[in-house]
Design a protein around this ligand. Sequence first.
Ligand code: MD6
Ligand code: FE
Length: 212
Amino acid sequence: MTESLFGPAAPMELAPGAWLLPGLALEAEPALLAALQAVLAQAPWRQMQTPGGQTMQVAMSNCGPLGWVSSRAGYRYQALDPLSGQAWPPMPTVFQTLARHAAELAHYENFAPDACLINRYLPGTRLSLHQDRDERDFSQPIVSVSLGLPAVFLFGGLQRADKTLRLPLSHGDVLVWGGPARLRFHGVMPVAQGQHPRLGAQRINLTFRRAC
Ligand code: MD6
Ligand code: FE
């Protein structure tokens, strides 16, 4: 969705507990992109291994006290970046403020993420259908910020075989889900070729979670 002359469009409830906040990240865009560059300078993109030994298409990084990692040993959250052996970069204040504001608009109070997973999709990259279940407390929502090239988000049900809704997401859109939507299956269709004026040929997604 694009921002109108009147600012971001109104929140839309997609399903019980799941909200689309069109263009919510646009106002803070310059600060978000500057903070993102600083995080990536300390914790660069890397393609992790799945537990099955495949290389993930999506390149990842993290910031905040905990980062999501995948390896032959499985999926987990950990305080140290396996590439550097150092703590992940701190979560920038502009990230925390946006995540909390988005959660509030979706009626989740006092969201205090301790993990921000950063995903990069080059054209052709997809993310297969999955559930997010590596977090300790499923009563906490997830806030997801889309930047750069648009993508079609697949929003499924609680069973893998359930019908999926195709939701187009644009630069600046924010998705919040929790409560009855927290364990819905979801994924991302292959990102189409394109050029975003500021981010070039890539889609970047920030997902904020309370992992512990
Ligand atoms: C993405 N997002 O949009 C991948 N997971 O690039 C996710 O896997 C995701 O957006 C849980 C909640 C929101 C999400
Ligand atoms: Fe996910």
